[in-house]
Design a protein around this ligand. Structure first.
Ligand code: XMP
Length: 507
């Protein structure tokens, strides 16, 4: 187990992912709340930070239980922190050092740089520089602009680097992490998806015994993988509930239910479409629509959950990015841009204990765990779909007719992406029904009908995204199909906005 102490760098999660790609488990903790018991950690990594070590508000944690006692790798800010407090000198650099650089010197016969050669590309992102190394430090590498790009402390397994091994542009970054974690710290590379499934299922068995567990399935990857793990552990004691809010994709309720049953899950489909649509009637404010959908979901789920007698647990598909305690070293309130509704908002009067089998995993790891349990690739490869579904893709107020219209449009678009082999190249795609009528002509008739916008984006986590350059031929065919087949639509546009400044959904 590797402990990553976070000083607020935008790259901290990447460090954890790179370590895990080496099949070594890693955990992120805020620098000011390190675990009390360090015995389970085989190595510690200090992250970067947007601050300067010389600043008064900068993180200055006590490392006396770590440095010299555990193998330690300090990255960027971490390296400067080590230098600053051990007799070195950290000052503003004359040139701001951002972007690519190449190692122009590497000390010979250092296990830290095993199989890494001079010339290797590294990624820099810092405005302070280490002018003088601390006492007992040995310089290990330099670049053209950065004299002390890497060093170690004599007599300790303490290593420090100014560049970022976790980013893709540091070509040998993963090798460097491996050299440190495996060769120097002596860690085992045994944290694999299969091993995760085995230990998690065993832990769930022990924790849950013969208790009944309730889980809300959404059709998405996370809740599905969570369900499969629990199913392996407790079989029929897992009671899954899949709610049709009337805002799902065309045929989705039926198809997904069938897939779940095929996986052997004990799942109850609840068609509450009418209840949702009634509650939404006449409402066109996006945030109010979200709140209504969230509230009705809780009511429906709660009714169903009460039908399972003696249920003790509520399972959730929470994943690691949702639970990492974030460090905000620069202060600044983070504004609520959209209120995302998730099962997380369930009322506590349900009095169920919560079990979250995926809360240690990143999204791509969830997929790998699903694959190692032979889960249907159709579920594993699914695009993300918002909880409020088509409810936030029908701009303005919602009614059944609009839902049907958008389901048809969306179906043609998504099926087209699959038929053209484009679906897996896109992170998320969908259609928006705009509250706009425009004039058209069909045959000899003047029409005055709806406009739909298609959106397809590339992203890794939904935080930032860019529109996908779909082939013109594909767009042309899709647009034709939509206008010819979906009654009430006479115009199709393609959204070419990135996030930021736009968002992925239109509401
Ligand atoms: P935005 O529109 O904020 O979307 O760029 C980022 C990602 O979040 C999804 N999304 C939601 N998911 N409830 C959800 O469960 C919501 O209210 C919601 N709004 C947006 C969106 O589909 C994209 O994947």
């Amino acid at each position: 187990n590797v402990l990553i102490l976070d000083f607020g760098s935008q790259y901290t999660q990447l460090i954890a992912r790179r370590v895990r790609e080496l099949n070594i488990y890693s955990e992120i903790k805020p620098y000011n709340k390190p675990p009390k018991d360090l015995s389970s950690y085989g190595a510690v990594i200090l992250s970067g930070s947007p601050l300067s070590v010389r600043g008064e508000d900068a993180p200055h944690p006590d490392l006396s239980e770590i440095k010299g006692k555990k193998p330690l790798l300090a990255i960027c800010y971490g390296a400067q922190y080590l230098a600053h407090f051990n007799g070195g000198n950290v000052s503003p650099s004359n040139t701001r050092e951002y972007g690519r650089a190449n190692l122009s010197f590497i000390k010979e016969n250092e296990p830290f740089f095993h199989i890494i050669n001079e010339g290797s590309q590294v990624w820099m992102s810092h405005s302070d520089t280490i002018k003088e190394l601390p006492e007992n430090a040995v310089k290990l590498a330099s670049t053209h602009d950065v004299e002390n790009a890497a060093f170690r402390i004599e007599g300790e397994d303490t290593y420090a680097i100014q560049f970022h091994p976790e980013v893709y542009h540091t070509t040998d970054g993963k090798q460097l992490l491996k050299n440190f974690l495996v060769d120097i710290a002596g860690m085992e590379q045994d944290w694999t998806p299969d091993a995760f499934v085995e230990t998690t299922v065993a832990e769930l068995k022990e924790k849950l015994n013969d208790d009944k567990v309730i889980l809300g399935l959404s059709g998405g990857v996370d809740s599905s993988v969570a369900a499969l793990l629990l199913h392996k552990a407790i079989g029929k004691n897992l009671h899954c509930i899949f709610v049709n809010n009337g805002l799902l994709r065309k045929n989705e309720f039926h198809d997904v239910l069938e897939q779940y049953e095929g996986m052997g899950l004990n799942v109850k489909g609840v068609d509450a479409s009418a209840r949702f649509l009634n509650a939404l009637a006449g409402e066109s404010d996006p945030e109010k629509k979200r709140k209504i959908i969230g509230r009705v979901f809780i009511e429906v789920f709660d009714d169903e959950a009460h039908k399972v007698e003696n249920a003790k647990w509520l399972a959730q598909g929470t994943i690691y990015p949702d639970v990492i305690e974030s460090v905000s070293v620069t202060g600044g309130p983070s504004a609520t841009i959209k209120s995302h509704h998730n099962v997380g908002g369930l009322p506590d009067y349900m009095k169920l204990k919560v079990v979250e089998p995926l809360k240690l995993l990143f999204k791509d790891e969830v997929r790998r765990v699903g694959a190692s349990m032979h889960m249907d690739p159709n579920i594993l490869g699914r695009h993300p779909f918002p909880g409020p579904g088509l409810g936030i893709r029908i701009l303005g107020d919602i009614n059944e007719e609009k839902v049907k219209m958008l389901q048809e449009v969306d179906h043609i678009f998504i099926k087209g992406l699959k038929d053209w082999g484009l679906y897996d190249k896109v992170w998320q795609a969908g259609a928006m029904l705009l509250p706009v009528n425009s004039v058209g002509v069909m045959g000899d008739e003047r029409t005055y009908e709806k406009c739909v916008a298609l959106r397809a984006v590339e992203s890794t986590d939904g935080m930032t995204a860019d529109w996908v350059n779909l082939p013109y031929e594909f767009l042309q065919k899709t647009s034709n199909d939509i206008i010819n087949k979906v009654k009430g639509v006479n115009r199709v546009v393609y959204d070419i906005s990135s996030k930021p400044p736009a968002t992925i959904e239109w509401e």
